[in-house]
Design a protein around this ligand. Structure first.
Ligand code: SF4
Ligand code: SF4
Ligand code: FES
Length: 504
């Protein structure tokens, strides 16, 4: 392998690699706005300039190919002054918007301005005024004054989705992004341009002005909108789900996620969430109960159950929950099944028709998929889409684990609150058979949710005196022992008994 020297370190490169690629791969930070590893380099923002020893001028590292014996300095006086000059140019027309800009706290212009820029402006000419609050489709708002013309959003629509909804228009300080497609996106992935935009020029209508970044907490987890299992970061604040953004995983979703997945969290913040266990009294009225009282009432209801001894689970239930449900069903003399929605919106990118986030895991554990109404003594329901009213109400269940109180059928005697995907930790198997970890996001949803798998294990212990309730690690170990999982890799860190995040 040929080598290049960066900041005195000899680093190998593949022919065709650029200086910034080799620097980033080796943990050397090089400022950048218009560069993204997934797209062709344009070299238009000039912030990534570095010095090549012996060369008269600094070069843009995102376009400069590596060469044998090239010696690069990213922090020399020449490189630093080149970047400072670029910053000064970028800020000539940029509005002093940080106090009201939604990007503040995660804005690369703000960060580099602080690190590299001048403290004061030398420009005395008035700033150029350009359109603000321009709708780009239904979910995105464009502010042309904040735009630094990096063209990442345009290239995303041209090179990644190949739908071409955006273009650069005009020249010089009037240059701006425009929609070429009558104001609508045809792609299901438009909101990735909000994540890509290095400044606050593109904001999400769903999230803008909801919260300052520094008041939020962030949890790495998974989207459960379909069985792709895109890796995401959940942002929450004070018990509320605020937003979801894609997290890079080259084996699953690269850097992206779809718009329906990103916006499909309505049930998490629902006003009708079931927050505590509830037991019906002799008059059929719901009474709040402690988890201990509810367990006693639920085991009595299950011992009395006549219609069925089965458990019907949502196709998004975790492996731990499925394993606990199998034991519960077995203690009742029945079996566990699952239900999951299927769509017709699959594309060749990320979205798949299978909407059960763990349908594959359920099938690998031998659970049958239920399509029509059938009796079940226990229901586990998170999404209406997976367990629609016909299946839910047609089960005649006496015990239910539900995310939303409106999903409790009339037949149910004892209802347990069930965490949404944003409040549960556990393992899911995606459509390609990859086991990934769903992590409960701290401060999201009603607090004090007892994990459903633990409650089911306790119930099993009540019904079968020989059953010793298992913890999460033991449930995972039981799944690993299944033949279908013999060759499957599990995520590192899911050790015996380990739980991750609040409410897990
Ligand atoms: S809107 Fe953002 S991503 Fe698009 S060109 Fe402007 S700065 Fe770049
Ligand atoms: S492709 Fe599926 S898993 Fe990925 S973001 Fe969309 S709905 Fe979520
Ligand atoms: S990141 Fe290299 S020129 Fe913009």
């Amino acid at each position: 392998m040929p080598t290049i020297k960066i900041n005195g370190r000899d680093l190998e490169y593949e022919p065709g690699e650029t200086v910034i690629q080799v620097a980033h791969r080796n943990g050397i930070d090089v400022a950048h706005y218009c560069y993204h590893p997934s797209m062709s380099p344009e070299g238009n923002c000039r912030i990534c300039m570095v010095e090549v020893e012996g060369w008269p001028k600094p070069v843009v590292s995102c376009k400069q190919l590596c060469g044998e014996n090239m010696a690069v300095q990213t922090e020399s006086e020449l490189a630093q002054s080149a970047r400072a000059g670029t910053m000064e140019m970028l800020l000539v027309n940029h509005p002093l918007d940080c106090p009201i800009c939604d990007q503040a706290g995660e804005c690369h212009l703000q960060e580099y301005s602080y690190e590299l820029g001048h403290g004061e402006s030398r420009s005395t000419t008035p700033k150029t005024h350009l359109p603000k609050n321009v709708p780009f489709g239904e979910e995105i708002v464009y502010d042309a004054e904040r735009c630094i013309k990096c063209t990442l959003c345009v290239r995303f629509c041209n090179e990644i989705t190949k739908t071409g909804e955006l273009a650069m228009a005009n020249r010089s300080d009037n240059e701006q992004v425009v929609m070429t497609s009558k104001g609508e996106f045809t792609t299901n992935y438009s909101m990735n341009i909000v994540d890509l935009c290095p400044v606050g020029a593109l904001t999400s209508r769903d999230f803008r002005f909801k919260s300052r970044l520094w008041f939020m907490d962030f949890t790495p987890s998974l989207c459960t909108g379909c069985a792709r299992g895109c890796n995401v970061t959940i942002g929450g604040r004070g018990g509320r789900f605020m937003r979801m953004e894609p997290r890079e995983n080259q084996d699953v979703n690269q850097w992206w996620m779809c718009d329906p997945g990103r916006l499909g969290y309505g049930h998490v913040n629902s006003e009708t969430r079931l927050a505590t266990p509830a037991v019906r009294d002799a008059n059929g009225q719901w009474q709040p109960a402690t988890f201990e009282q509810a367990i006693v009432a639920a085991s009595a209801a299950l011992k009395d159950a006549r219609e069925s001894h089965d458990v019907l689970l949502d196709g998004g239930a975790t492996l731990e929950e499925l394993e606990a449900a199998r034991a519960l069903a077995s203690a009742m003399g029945g079996q566990a099944r699952f239900a999951a929605a299927t769509g017709d919106d699959a594309d060749e990118f990320l979205i798949v028709n299978e909407k059960g986030a763990n349908a594959k895991g359920a099938e690998m554990l031998g659970l049958e998929r239920q399509a029509d109404a059938a009796p079940a003594a226990v229901l586990v329901v998170e999404r209406d889409g997976n367990v629609p009213a016909a299946l839910r109400d047609g089960a005649g269940a006496v015990v239910a684990f539900v995310t939303d109180a409106t999903n409790v059928p009339d037949s149910v005697r004892v209802a347990f609150p069930y965490g949404s995907w944003a409040e549960r930790s556990g393992l899911l198997v995606n459509v390609d058979g990859r086991v990934q970890e769903l992590r409960a996001a701290r401060q999201v949803g009603p607090g004090n949710l007892s994990p459903a798998f633990a409650l089911m294990e306790e119930l099993t212990g009540e019904l079968d005196g020989n059953h010793v309730p298992r913890d999460r690690g033991e449930l995972v170990a039981a799944v690993k022992n299944e033949k279908a999982f013999a060759e499957v890799a599990f995520p590192a860190g899911v050790a015996a008994g380990q739980t991750v995040g609040a409410g897990s």
